[in-house]
Design a protein. Structure first.
Length: 93
């Protein structure tokens, strides 16, 4: 009977699958944002900051975001000229 040692069994395992990372995604319809989701705020291609979604208005015209690093909570209206980008919380976006 051929018994394998635990160390031999490690060699039989397939390599680990890397986590999938995604590129930042512009979200034009704010009703598709989730509470606590990490987003990036941009205007004219410039990153203004990052934060987590708190609340989205029923009509999705306004959202509240908790800014990172203790930046407080802000309200953004769809006509404020600020783009909301979904970002990978584990990535280096």
């Amino acid at each position: 009977m051929d018994m394998k040692k635990d160390s031999d069994m490690d060699n039989d395992r397939p390599p680990a699958i890397p986590l999938i990372r995604f590129e930042p995604q512009l979200i034009r319809q704010w009703q598709h944002l989730w509470r606590n989701e990490l987003v990036e705020l941009r205007s004219n291609g410039k990153v203004l900051g990052r934060g987590h979604i708190d609340i989205t208005a029923e009509d999705a015209s306004t959202i509240w975001i908790y800014r990172e690093s203790g930046g407080g909570r802000i309200m953004i209206h769809a006509q404020d000229g600020i783009d909301i980008w979904r970002v990978d919380p584990d990535g280096a976006n």
